[in-house]
Design a protein around this ligand. Structure first.
Ligand SMILES: [Zn+2]
Length: 293
């Protein structure tokens, strides 16, 4: 993840309040600033002892519980493009709260507040309380910054627990476990019916299971709702016994990425096929591959 300077943010038109995935940051930065970003775009590790099969495997030889490696790699690459929330149980066991970033220290080693959230967070809405998660984050940021700084993390935590922000963070952990409680909003690829100048908005339900699942909750689309839809690839679990190619007929055009996932990546700042001339009139149920065409 990359954090732009305030000056760069102004000139590049990015949001200084958020961290961007390295691959996307490099699309904005010129060569002078390139060395500041990671020299790789996405980093991922895969189990060597998992029951993978490869794309060229004959379908009849694939066991029911086997996973196509390409499917999982593809899913992880999309996470690497920024499809990941930084709302997390950052304080760990015993402190059941949801925070948008981890506790950071200043140059003198004092705990002073929270890290910048990931850009994905900007588009998240709390449907239980009808409020943007970014507004919750603002309260939590101010709350943690109001805590008297100390280099003693345990003491800092004790002080933070006594703030109203801590209660808010606790409430948010409950919200993150509410069925249909969290949505991600984006510009709809569908064309407005009447005025060509108006913008249609649409949303996807994020994965919010009962019991916060670290690494899965909020960083995926809902497991059940998008099963057997064109947006299946960013569900929290892979689909065993299935090849990416099998989903092409269902997506009707150009591959296994659904229009919701594309529109979500576009919200983060990526240019997608949705921006190609003649591709702006995607209706529901039509997919396309990022960067293709
Ligand atoms: Zn995932």
């Amino acid at each position: 993840m990359y954090s732009f300077t305030q000056n760069d943010s102004l000139s590049l038109g990015v949001d200084w309040n958020y961290m961007y995935p390295s691959g996307l940051a490099k699309q904005y930065l010129n060569e002078t600033f390139m060395p500041l970003a990671d020299n790789f775009d996405v980093s991922a590790r895969f189990n060597s002892d998992w029951n993978w099969f490869l794309d060229d495997e004959i379908m009849g030889r694939i066991q029911a519980g086997d996973y196509q490696l390409e499917q999982i790699v593809f899913h992880e690459i999309i996470h690497g493009l920024g499809f990941i929330s930084s709302w997390y149980t950052w304080l760990g066991d015993g402190d059941d709260v949801l925070l948008p970033g981890y506790v950071v220290r200043n140059a003198s080693g004092l705990c002073v507040g929270l890290s910048k959230p990931y850009i994905f967070n900007k588009f998240m809405a709390d449907n239980v309380n009808n409020i943007w998660f970014k507004d919750h984050a603002e309260v939590l940021r101010a709350g943690t910054e109001s805590v008297t700084p100390t280099d003693n993390y345990t003491l800092w935590l004790e002080r933070f627990r006594r703030t109203p922000a801590f209660s808010r963070a606790r409430t948010l952990l409950r919200v993150s476990q509410s069925h249909m409680g969290v949505t991600f909003w984006f510009r709809s690829p569908a064309k407005p019916n009447s005025s060509a100048t108006s913008i249609l908005w649409d949303y996807a339900f994020l994965y919010s299971p009962d019991g916060f699942a670290p690494g899965s909750s909020l960083s995926h689309v809902d497991n059940k709702m998008y099963d057997a839809t064109e947006d299946w690839i960013m569900r929290p679990s892979g689909s065993p016994g299935v090849k990416l190619a099998d989903y092409r007929p269902q997506a009707r055009r150009y591959g296994p990425v659904g229009w919701r996932i594309l529109a979500m990546l576009r919200a983060l700042g990526w240019r997608t096929v949705l921006d190609q001339p003649g591709w702006g009139d995607y209706g529901r149920g039509i997919g396309g591959v990022v960067g293709a065409a």
